[in-house]
Write a protein that binds this ligand. Sequence first.
Ligand SMILES: [Zn+2]
Length: 353
Amino acid sequence: MALLNLLADQRYNAIAQLARLAAEDATRSWQQVDPSDIRSSYMAVLPNVLASVTAGQLLAALNATDYVTAALDAQGDPGARGPAVDSAMLAGVASDGRPLETALLAPQVTTFRALAEGMEAPLALARGAYSLVRMVSTQVADAGRLADGLAVVADDRASGYYRKLTTPSCSRCAILAGRFYRYNAGFRRHPRCDCQHIPASEADDSLEFDTRAYFDSLSERDQDRIFTLAGAQAMRDGADPAQLVNARRGMTTASIGGQTILATTEGVTRRGWYAYVQRALDPTTRFQATPESRYRRAAKPRLMPEQIYSLAREHGWDRAEQVRQLKRNGYLLDGRSAGPHALTRIAADVLVR
Ligand SMILES: [Zn+2]
């Protein structure tokens, strides 16, 4: 499946580049944090960080429908297509449903904790920067992944997907990638996970990742490091990889922070999104003392996509009902979108300044 692999690689590279751009942009904002007044100086640049992440999320989610459509076309029967993903619904909200503002306080918390442990300010800030990069790149990549998952559900030519991983990979992902997933199975992941969907019209062993071959390709030292000493030894003794490592450890679908959140009140309305971005483009605008209450939008709670899949599995909804629920929650449009998303240009302006 050369074409399928090519499409998946393109999609992977596009999302990885957006995650990197957003992380670089956010890091530039972080460099303006003043060690003598971390809290208010971070609050001052937080709108820029929010804009970077939101723009990255929007652009990462943008081409999901095209990617999934092309991947399924490559497997035969072109023409049948589902409704398009509304990428704006995945922007401005953390993938676990938390407000992005709240998730982005993590770097500040990390810095304060490091200072409390007696670390020097520059080192503590560097630790905060690392936390920021991790959060930003995870959120951008997750928006792309959630969008791809939505596009898989929306196109009923897809019976499911394979998990494509980019080596070097952790043992959990290597094990999870060795099988076929139904279209609404959800996607287990961990922070900074770079695994992606390969949409599949039907189960096809040749698309499965060969966990054993990956293990065998590693040096003994890497085998021990990635699969743990006991796990690697058992693998060398011929054990079935799926039996060895608890592949679910730290891997979640509906949450990424260890907490499952059912719904989000983050209305990623066009107006709300513009507000983020315009503040970023106009540096004279500053966050007030309570950014959350000020920017909270009065949107009605909506379920995160993974939560809808989980309800669908629990209640045995048919595919049409799942698509209906996804539309009701705003993730899928009624038809195919006409032309590029209205927010594309402004998002690109934020990231490529
Ligand atoms: Zn992994």
